[in-house]
Design a protein around this ligand. Structure first.
Ligand SMILES: [Zn+2]
Ligand SMILES: [Zn+2]
Ligand SMILES: [Zn+2]
Length: 226
């Protein structure tokens, strides 16, 4: 898929798409575009596929990665909002930058185990990821999901919770979490469903599977152009 984000969004606007963001991977020092895109829809019901041109793309719920502060290494806020001390990501020392680290031993600033603070093996990272998962699946705020999963650790003061609740931590582009979606049902707050397109299937293959009526109609229209 070589289409730009704008082109994809244009194609998805009739399906309720409100935002498109392509996922990039770091290869050395350069960022390489992947085939995966994050889509935001203005609906609470997730569709298992989206139509992109003549192709149906399979979708799955996008679970954002937890946000980790690059300054103090703690989870739940970014460097720009940090009030903590500068801490080395590799050895948890507060005396030097991560880039200047000379330590042979790894020590996580969050869990005190022998790995760097950016390790996906970190139990704290796994816990934060679980919060993101529950938050996304159940349309909750970060703090609602945290309270649900770890009620005993919810000792944050009310003022802090209130302050932080305006920015729900995630590692994704801020534009995504800030998308405002008009509620479909009155009195029910609606948050955008964010999907990640995983794999594309050609229409013919999908024909044997599951098509909604409306999708089938547009599909036949598309076939007539072939
Ligand atoms: Zn911080
Ligand atoms: Zn260090
Ligand atoms: Zn750790």
């Amino acid at each position: 898929m070589k289409s730009t984000e704008e082109e994809i969004l244009e194609g998805l606007s009739s399906q309720g798409g409100t935002a498109v963001k392509r996922i990039f991977m770091k290869k050395g020092t350069t960022l390489v575009a992947t085939k995966h895109v994050i889509l935001t829809f203005n609906t609470t019901k997730l569709s298992s596929t989206v139509k992109a041109g003549y192709i149906y793309c399979k979708t799955r719920l996008y679970i954002p990665n937890p946000i980790r502060c690059f300054k103090c290494q703690r989870f739940g806020h970014s460097k720009t909002a940090c009030r903590g001390r500068l801490t080395c990501c590799k050895c948890a020392s507060v005396d030097h930058l991560t880039s200047d680290c000379q330590s042979a031993e790894l020590l996580c600033a969050n869990c005190k185990q022998p790995h760097s603070a950016d390790s996906k093996d970190c139990p704290q990272w796994k816990k934060e990821k679980k919060i993101q998962e529950v938050r996304t699946q159940q349309n909750l705020s970060y703090y609602e999901a945290k309270k649900l999963l770890f009620p005993e650790q919810n000792s944050m003061s009310y003022s802090n919770a209130l302050k932080s609740s305006t920015s729900q931590p995630s590692q994704t582009d801020e534009r995504l979490t800030k998308v405002i979606v008009p509620p479909l049902i009155k009195l029910t707050p609606v948050k955008p469903n964010v999907l990640r397109v995983k794999k594309c299937f050609y229409e013919r293959k999908l024909q044997q599977n599951h098509l909604t009526n409306s999708a089938a109609q547009s599909k036949s229209k598309a076939f007539s152009k072939c």
